[in-house]
Design a protein around this ligand. Sequence first.
Ligand code: SF4
Length: 481
Amino acid sequence: MTRAVMDPTIAPPFPVAALTVLRDTQLRKNVAHATDVIQAKRALLVAEKKDWQQLRTAAAAIRAHALANLGSYLEEFEKRCTEAGGVVHWAADAAEARAIILKLLREENATEVIKIKTMTSAEIQLNPALEAAGISVFETDLAELILQLGGDEPSHIVAPALHVNRGQVREIFARRMGLQNLSDDPQVLTAAARTYLRQKFLSVPTAISGANFLVAETGSVAVVESEGNGRMCLTLPRTMITLAGIEKVLPKFKDLEILLQVLARSATGERMNPYTSLWTGVTPGDGPQRFHVVLLDNGRSQILARPKERQTLQCIRCAACLNTCPVYRQTGGHAYGSVYGGPIGAILTPQLMQMEHAQTLPFASSLCGACYAVCPVKINIPEVLIALRAQVVDQERGQPARWFDPMFLGMKAANVIFASARQFRAAQWASRVGLSLFTGKDGWIHRLPGLGARWTVTRDLRGIPEQSFRQWWAARDKEQM
Ligand code: SF4
């Protein structure tokens, strides 16, 4: 199984990481199968909604309005949540969010914590920080549990273990749970996970969750999930800590009616999620009696300030853009070097991590627009990709000339070649002579040296024809005279 580097500050550039993944045929099969299944379910359920496009328009408008008035809605959320008995904390970045959560856990004398699936906690690398502080973390979402026990990283926003098949799950459970006679029957595997987790639900008094939405009007947190593990975490522990990006806020409770419809259909191809949990502060005798919300900025305010890129924050993490993306479907999520993979990752990660850390990601797209077509909140991902590409190019313009970089040299050469027809013809002639040395008897070029190898490592190149288009055109003109 391919192991991933999910920290964009140290992850390899996308083309390097993708090359490793492309060689893992099992992983590619797993990703293709899983995304095909989810896409087919989504298509069926979207087709049955005659007002799907209106729903998308409404969902996009709600999210855009929330972002345009983010400051006031966040303040309203804080006020309502506090009135209901919750405590709201503000974290400017990942380090501050980790420090706040660690402090809260120390106040609880926590040595163990159970978690509902949260991509935001992976964004701030929370688990390693807690483990380093001596606090054992137990993921309770089945996919997250598989990854945690397998020492693996998420590769999909909604189905984080989508790259793992059931035979691999059986091997992980057998090894880590000491169940050597386990079969790979999904029901048997789920039962094993259930037994393993049940004792944690009953014994660990502190839980951490993410949030699908925060409702400003009521101060509520909403989490949708499919397994009931979230509901267990929300009812049994003494203390709940919710970590949420500041962009998750919705103005009104009734906005959930629209957002939950488009989210369930887009994410898992269901009419509604099996479990939709909402909690508002603290209710004596019912659920956690201490409740904290950590609101995370971590670069989001900067995104908000950029008119074109701001739409990135409308995302409701449904992953429909991942499932349809021809690049993601080949590479899976690990190649993106961040918890956010696929098209949304290609625009979100470079902005959250600053361009210098993830500048290859905006180029991990064919700009086909499939992501835009399925996005339930109408994020024009190609438009943002192009804006980010322009920023990368602008940054590179300011750099000193890289005379040892083959790509830089290639671009300089192209600059000269395309400057005049005579130079272009001369280059064409030189290419024909040069490439003829590498053209096989079948008329195809299968392997090129140097910079050209970047092309032939993944595809073949048709040999240069005897006659160029210009030559054919000139000959045709002569014949007609
Ligand atoms: S960008 Fe759109 S399609 Fe992609 S995860 Fe976000 S909401 Fe879903």
